[in-house]
Design a protein around this ligand. Structure first.
Ligand code: PLP
Length: 393
């Protein structure tokens, strides 16, 4: 008999190939030295937090600071500061009561799902997608229902979306800039999506929420901008974090923002404050809230990411690998030469290059490269990409 519930046993089995990949990566580093391996598998920001984070940390260490429980939604001053910042960022006035501080975007997603999902409810989301979404939905009795996007630029396939929405659909979850595709949905796409959700909510007599996961909003390239969903659809909830923008991923600080225009928003907020508490998060970390409050508006060096993106594009072009150039976030999601993503990722491993197969994001046939690594590592991988790609020609 297993120590585990069958569902968790099944999760472990299903994800064994991904664990094996990470183990192989670790072995390669042990055998050849970490410096010899070009690791593009992890979306963990390597850049230092901006100075404002360190200044806030020093100040916290000096003052007679308390770290006790606070209201479950977070320190009132931190929520007020965040609301001011978000009013600007989202182009819509937001008040402190519309935001809840959470343990990262991940904590916000779970608190939201716990508050709104009934058993068997569906969470629709365009594929490729952040793989944790499926687990988070199932944590609360929901089911993830991936919907394919257009294969060359990952734009929304409105026909597929319209066909997918059904009476069990409770949430449409989008992530823009997208991990792993780097796609930013245009205002026109989002307007069409909002119109579709409004029509279907009316038809089924039940609200379909639009949940916007935006931890990469701060990181866009060229002239790309991420449109706000608040003006487009009243039943919008934005979740995000400072994991990437302030390089604070380990400190678990994020938030949920409920659209001030949502009918019944106070009930949803009260529900989410409760679920944030009873899921065992209790409240967002005290130190993280203070750091966020004082560093709002600062961000990691975006130019550094822009240079890495150019370097990666050059390397991939040089290897004849086709890709959509990311408009935001720090990932490429190129087509796997030969079409088999696992086979190609294995060929890359032989060249001491680590990547993640697209099937880990619900989209086989592609592979993901995270460019949160030094530009010299990207350039060093050039010859390896060429050799691996040549095997599939
Ligand atoms: N959503 C997306 C799309 C992500 O890529 C990540 C982290 O990589 C998260 C959510 C979770 O981030 P956090 O909980 O650290 O805010």
């Amino acid at each position: 008999a297993s120590a585990l519930a069958p569902q968790i046993q099944a999760y472990l089995q299903r994800s064994s190939w991904i664990r094996k990949m990470f183990e192989t990566g670790a072995e390669l580093k042990a055998r050849h030295g970490a410096d010899a391996v070009c690791d593009f598998s992890l979306g963990n920001p390597d850049l230092s937090p901006p100075d404002a984070v360190y200044t806030a940390l020093e100040e916290l260490a000096r003052r007679d600071q308390r770290f006790g429980y606070m209201p479950n939604a977070g320190y009132p001053e931190a929520r007020t500061a965040l609301a001011g910042y978000l009013s600007d960022e989202q182009g819509t006035p937001v008040s402190a009561n519309d935001v809840i501080l959470t343990c990262g975007a991940a904590g916000a997603l779970n608190s939201f799902f716990r508050a709104v999902l009934e058993p068997g409810d569906e969470v629709l989301c365009p594929a490729p997608y952040f793989v944790e979404y499926g687990f988070y939905a199932e944590n609360h009795g929901g089911v993830l229902h991936p919907v394919s996007t257009n294969p060359d630029d990952f734009s929304l396939d409105m026909k597929a979306m319209a066909d997918a929405i059904n009476p069990k659909s409770r949430v449409l979850l989008i992530n823009s800039p997208n991990n792993p595709s780097g796609r930013i949905y245009t205002k026109e796409e989002l307007q069409a999506l909002s119109d579709l959700l409004a029509a279907r909510s009316r038809e089924f007599g039940r609200t379909i929420y639009l949940l916007s996961d935006e931890p990469y909003r701060f990181l866009t390239f060229d002239d790309h901008q991420t449109p706000s969903l608040l003006p487009l659809y009243p039943h919008t909830v934005v979740v995000s974090s400072f994991s990437k923008s302030l390089a604070l991923a380990g400190e678990r600080i994020g938030f949920a923002l409920v659209n001030p225009a949502m009918p019944g928003k106070d009930e949803l907020l009260a529900g989410m404050v409760l679920t944030n508490r009873i899921l065992g998060f209790v409240n967002a970390p005290a130190v993280g809230q203070r750091l966020m409050q004082h560093a709002l508006g600062a961000k990691v060096d975006v130019q550094e990411y822009a240079r890495r993106r150019s370097a990666m594009a050059e390397i991939l072009e040089g290897a004849g690998i086709s890709f959509f150039k990311p408009q935001g976030a720090f990932y490429f999601f190129p087509k796997a030469p030969g079409g088999d993503d696992v086979a190609f990722v294995q060929a890359l491993q032989e060249e001491l290059i680590l990547a993640v197969p697209g099937r880990g994001f619900g989209t086989p046939g592609y592979f993901r490269l995270a460019f949160c690594v030094d530009e010299t590592v990207i350039r060093r991988a050039g010859a390896g990409f060429k050799k691996a790609a040549a095997k599939f020609r």
